[in-house]
Design a protein around this ligand. Sequence first.
Ligand code: ZN
Length: 396
Amino acid sequence: MSEKTPVFTLLRNATVFAPEKLGKRDVLLAGRMIAAVGENLAAPEGYACEIVDLSGCALLPGLIDSHVHLIGGGGEGGYATRTPEIQLSKVTTSGVTTVVGCLGTDGTARHVESLLAKARGLETEGISTYIYSGAYEIPTPTVTGSVRRDIILIDKVIGAGEIAMSDHRSAQPSVQEYRKLVAEARVGGMLSGKAGIVDMHMGDGTDGMKPLFEITANGEIPKTQILPTHVNRNGALFEESLEWARQGGYMDITSGIAPADDSSDCIKPSKAAKRALDAGVKPSQITMSSDGNGSMPIFDAAGNTVGVGVASQSTLLQETRDMILEEGIAAEEAVQFVTSNVAKALKLWPQKGCVAVSSDADLLAVDEKTYELRHVWAKGRRMVADGQPLVKGTFE
Ligand code: ZN
């Protein structure tokens, strides 16, 4: 397939965002790990070491995308609208080194087992992968018969999702049914040392986040046990998510949701992040995911739906760039939303989501001025060079 992970790689002269701004630093990778971060590091004597000059680049942790339809999604327009499986280079050329796979609307003809197999395949091909057990509906499909058992017994399962709420495509469960599922995931997480988080798909339904506030009202289940996503899909939902986040929950903005025209009620992701900060939401409560590889309607210039396409993960880096360059959010803050905050919410930190000694060598180099993607390393192996995939998936 491709070359092995080098024993040593020395990255020189990058402006490092760890995600906190460290300034000009060198980063030494030893196999899959970061061995040193410092000024004027020397290559280890007597060993082969690839040296890469990153002058003019910002070096960030590889992006962590907590919501990707790895084996495809969609299908709401009939069988011919089911999106295909994702390919490795689509992930890496988006700057993403860690993904959490999920099913979606279709928990009948798509299965958690196939999602697990796909995640294992991508891991073998070079990136880091996890999955959620379940799909939109409750009772939700699992491998072992319960979400709790899946989380405890299957290494890659770190939570449940994506479970649909306030959406015409949900199974219309009661608040008590949602609460039971979240409690099950929580205990599964406790017993296995994982997040046990529930990735909650928020729809356009008028109930909005009301059921979420009810689930957590008696204080037994912490708000951080749930990751409500797509919160920027409409104005009313977004306002509720601000309140949820001010009360200590996470709000997950979907980078793939963008207004088609002025009449659209959804909020551009970079602007949503800015509005959240201005509304007093702590930066630590904001995360962003792509909803990548799901189906996406294609509009013509007049805003009419003319077809269906596949959502790309590249919006994650694009919106990060817009947060920094258009909205004036400090880079070290914006980078958190797609790296360390996600890692903390998913209990993957500090192995993932930071540039630090002993963390995984998952790194993204972008142009310091334009934030265009340049190079990507995943578990110490260079996956992308000068924007082009160096490592390809088995069938690419
Ligand atoms: Zn969704």
